[in-house]
Design a protein around this ligand. Structure first.
Ligand code: ZN
Length: 419
């Protein structure tokens, strides 16, 4: 279904599939791709934000260079023989000079494209992106097209989300550098893949130049140690994940309006929950939750009577997840709120023993339980959370005159994994 045509200029990429792109003056494919807008709630939003920061820092280096000659488009000695060098390997001195000049002169423009104010529209798609070039269909990872906006010339970048997530940071930098150069002109002509540009001659001249510019950016990325920056943001757990496991420990009030001899004080239920989100939008995500809870109460009456109550509950309900913060590259920006309401069925078993005799009883019950939690990210999908709960389950043990008839408030903390 997805066919890739390998291009000689791009064989240095280490990804299993090779990055392609195409400059389109007419956004003809726009209608067929299932697109959605990225705002921190979509896969790839964090990776794109970091790739833009990497691009900004890399071109800041180019801007600050006082030497801006052919040396910018030369393979770094430590990177020799590495595949990323190949777009730079066989350039003539004239080609290196032009490449270096463009990097230096366009550095400010490239930084403007990745600034928050840039007239740039980003679209994510899960569909394979295919474009027609010279009558041949190509699968691509990204497409940049020029747009006209109120702020002037703008760009529309469409990215394949799955492919973008699989890439390494340097591959994303290469892809973005290539794509953003398509929004720039040189010698009064748009920088396009097809056809010659200056000393980059031939039908593939433009692509060779743009790939050299992108490879030079990757060199700078390593040499200025920009690759070590924002690593933490890329490892941090991301809130958009659709499936979650929660394990929590709670301190829960006693649900008795009148304390009885056999009721204990607070209990500490342990809960395991699964949440799966089915629909999401800018308003948040809505899904289903299923949970299992258990707790043990024990107390001593008159120092010789041992009272134990064992409670097990199963619940199913709805869960709503919302992220009110704006910057997805920060821990605060990934933190979010979850509210869940479940209907639960439970069983309680009571056992009372003293030195000579004992009695047992058990009962079933049902009711609603609501939880509100705040999640804060760790790395690699793990989270910490805290929250509060409200529940009311009415049941009683007639044999021993023990009655639960009051709402209960609880406070809990837990660890979570989202994937
Ligand atoms: Zn291109």
């Amino acid at each position: 279904m997805k066919t890739l045509i390998k291009n000689k200029d791009l064989e240095f990429m280490s990804a299993p599939e090779i990055i392609f792109c195409l400059f389109l003056l007419t956004p003809s494919f726009q209608g067929q791709a299932g697109t959605f807008v990225g705002n921190g709630g979509s896969p790839g939003d964090v990776e794109l934000a970091i790739a833009k920061k990497h691009l900004d820092r890399t071109f800041k280096e180019f801007q600050e260079y006082d030497k801006h000659g052919p040396s910018l488009c030369t393979c770094a000695p430590e990177a020799k023989n590495r595949p990323m060098c190949s777009p730079l390997a066989d350039l003539t001195l004239e080609q290196r000079s032009l490449c270096g000049r463009i990097l230096f002169e366009k550095a400010g423009a490239m930084r403007r494209w990745v600034s928050p104010e840039a007239p740039l529209e980003v679209r994510w798609t899960r569909e394979p992106i295919e474009v027609k070039e010279n009558g041949v269909l190509r699968a691509v990872d990204a497409v940049m097209s020029r747009t006209t906006t109120e702020q002037g010339e703008g760009g529309r970048l469409t990215l394949n989300a799955d492919r973008f997530l699989q890439m390494k940071p340097q591959e994303r930098l290469f892809l973005l550098t290539h794509e953003f150069f398509h929004l720039e002109d040189w010698d009064g002509r748009p920088l396009v893949d097809e056809g010659p540009i200056g000393v980059f001659e031939g039908a593939e001249g433009g692509r060779k130049l743009i790939n050299a510019l992108a490879a030079a950016a990757v060199m700078e990325f390593y040499q200025s140690r920009i690759d070590t920056q924002f690593r933490q943001s890329l490892q941090r757990s991301q809130a958009y994940k659709p499936m979650w496991f929660d394990l929590q420990y709670e301190s829960l009030q006693n649900g008795q309006s009148r304390p009885s001899t056999f009721g204990a004080g607070t209990t500490n239920p342990v809960q395991l929950q699964f949440r799966g989100y089915l629909i999401s939008g800018v308003w948040g995500s809505l899904g289903l939750a299923a949970a299992f809870r258990f707790s043990n109460r024990s107390s001593n009456v008159l120092s010789s009577v041992d009272v134990r109550e064992n409670i097990q509950q199963y619940g199913i309900g709805l869960s709503y997840k919302v992220n009110p913060f704006s910057d997805p590259t920060t821990g605060l920006g990934q933190s979010h709120f979850v509210s869940t309401v479940r209907y639960e069925l439970g069983k309680s078993a009571l056992r009372i023993n003293d030195s000579s005799t004992g009695t047992e009883d058990s009962t079933d019950f049902g009711g609603f339980r609501a939880e509100m939690s705040y999640y804060f990210p760790f790395d690699w999908g793990f989270w910490l959370y805290v929250g509060g709960s409200y529940q009311q389950f009415n049941y009683s043990f007639t044999k021993v005159n023990l009655k639960y008839d009051k709402e209960q408030l609880g406070f809990f903390g837990g660890i979570s994994y989202g994937f």
